[in-house]
Design a protein around this ligand. Structure first.
Ligand SMILES: Cc1cc2nc3c(=O)[nH]c(=O)nc-3n(C[C@H](O)[C@H](O)[C@H](O)COP(=O)(O)OP(=O)(O)OC[C@H]3O[C@@H](n4cnc5c(N)ncnc54)[C@H](O)[C@@H]3O)c2cc1C
Length: 461
């Protein structure tokens, strides 16, 4: 009896519980659905997924199988493919709902089949790392201590795959709707990405061979390639978190420098997933309800200047250019840019979250929402709102020689040229134009943010 394995992210063959379960049931049709709603909502992430499809198809073919790609709303695609193959079971992975607002389980059931949902290969099952009182951790440090006591399950191998008697038709591996939604006219994401499960493993090995030892000192320096660069591979599921964890275990146990710091960052990803599981509105509502009364400003010309990298603040503008031109942004710079938006510009964190959702190749519902709420001060274990980053001081500390800012801002910087090519024509980007004047005076912006915070505190006291 043929079964369908619907790859929702999880774009790999090893450590894939849904694929292993499908393979145990007989011939498997591996399916990817290119949903236009997903391409419109998260184009950079969708394009990053599209880049992973060719390596996935090649890996499947090495195992006597192949990828079936279909475009459309998941419920319609599943209905058609179930009818074509006679499958009675569809296996898939939990945690990655599509942007289409449909209910695939009901759609599958309506065809007389069953949707079986499997875990994604995270470090722990959702809801299994709990406080002594049985609740979800709201603070990271005790969460990480508890996670370290968990016996993280070993990754599972690639299952033996059996081909169906005949292959259903497939569409091209290209997700042109995603590129169209990015408004680039060309594909900067493809230049910046290293797609495929083998490449992800290669990135991990290269990182563990060298940079990890200096990770604690260098991870905040955006001018260096000092971090693993694995977030987009983890987000699209070319490598599982527990594969990374187990690969690091021997070095960690032998006390190799930097490894625990690295695993603690991976644990932040896990912490975010537990928080989203516990509070599904994490991307739309302040986790601390009183913050819904904070006088945030909505979208505005200032927010648009932030999106385009035209705030007049070097570190913020460099980061926003990096984001638009590559789909990536260094973590330290994300914190600086997010803090500037929510504090100096007093803009609602959801405005920034939405832009990151459109532009990040490593977009992840849980990590994006948790980090925005963390920076804005309204989330669990959040950075206190009154701690307002001064972006110029941050630049001196973390980009002391100015290399990162020159790359993205100076007229002859390679990054500045990349950004000028990537930006929509309507933005009128001219790399040789003088830098814009600051949108706000940093001291005045800080004072305004602190006054707003005081008004919230007074209202709640
Ligand atoms: C406002 C804001 C929004 C963010 N949105 C996302 C997002 O949508 N998707 C995403 O994957 N990360 C997000 N991050 C976290 C972080 O910036 C990226 O994971 C990191 O830059 C990835 O680079 P790396 O793979 O080289 O990380 P490394 O330093 O090598 O870290 C290893 C892995 O740990 C995880 N990780 C590291 N830092 C964090 C963190 N703060 N929160 C959660 N996981 C973390 C990532 O999976 C990363 O690949 C956001 C951070 C901020 C401040």
């Amino acid at each position: 009896m043929t079964t369908i394995c619907w790859f929702r992210r999880g774009l790999r063959l090893d450590d894939h519980p849904a694929l292993s379960a499908a393979a145990a049931g007989g011939p498997v049709v591996p399916l990817v659905i290119l949903d236009p709603a997903e391409a419109a909502a998260r184009p950079a992430s969708a394009e990053r997924q599209a880049l992973a499809l060719r390596p996935l198809d090649e890996a499947l073919r090495r195992h006597g199988s192949r990828l079936v790609v279909r475009r459309g709303q998941p419920r319609e695609v599943l209905r058609d493919l179930i009818a074509e193959t006679g499958a009675t079971v569809v296996h898939t992975t939990a945690g990655f709902p599509s942007a289409s607002d449909d209910d695939p389980a009901a759609a599958v059931q309506a065809c007389g089949a069953e949707l079986r949902v499997h875990p994604p290969g995270d470090l722990a099952e959702r809801g299994s790392v709990l406080t002594g009182a049985g609740g979800t951790f709201k603070v990271f440090s005790p969460f990480f201590r508890a996670l370290k006591r968990v016996d993280v399950a070993a990754p599972i191998g690639v299952p033996e795959l059996t081909a169906p008697a005949s292959w259903p038709g497939s569409e091209p591996l290209d997700w042109s709707e995603a590129r169209a939604s990015m408004r680039h006219g060309w594909d900067p994401v493809a230049r910046a990405a290293r797609p495929g499960a083998d490449a992800a493993l290669g990135s991990l090995e290269e990182f563990l061979d060298g940079p990890v030892a200096d990770y604690p000192e260098h991870r905040d320096l955006p001018g260096l390639a000092a971090t693993s660069g694995l977030s987009d591979a983890l987000a699209v599921g070319e490598i599982s978190a527990r594969s990374v964890w187990h690969r690091c275990l021997p070095a960690w146990r032998s006390g190799a420098p930097g490894v625990e710091d690295f695993l603690s960052e991976l644990a932040w990803r896990e912490f975010a997933r537990d928080l989203l599981h516990d509070f599904p509105e994490l991307a739309t509502r302040c986790w601390r309800p009183e913050w819904e009364h904070f006088p945030w400003e909505g979208d505005s010309d200032a927010a648009e200047a932030w999106r385009r990298g035209e705030t007049g603040v070097e570190m913020v503008d460099a980061g926003m250019r990096e984001l638009f031109a590559t789909g990536r942004m260094h973590n330290r710079v994300r914190m600086i840019a997010a803090s500037y938006l929510t504090k100096h510009l007093l803009t609602d964190w959801r405005v920034g979250l939405a832009w990151f959702e459109q532009t990040l190749t490593d977009w992840d519902a849980a990590s994006n929402a948790m980090n925005w709420q963390w920076v804005a001060g309204c989330g669990p274990d959040a950075s206190p709102f009154f701690r307002v980053f001064n972006p110029d001081t941050q630049a001196k500390k973390f980009d002391g020689d100015g290399a990162y800012r020159r790359y993205w801002l100076s007229p002859d910087g390679a990054g500045a040229r990349l950004f000028a090519e990537a930006a929509p024509r309507s933005w009128g980007v001219d790399p040789s134009a003088p830098r814009p004047e600051p949108l706000v005076d940093l001291s005045a912006g800080r004072a305004r943010a602190l006054a707003a915070y005081e008004s919230l505190r007074a209202a709640n006291s």
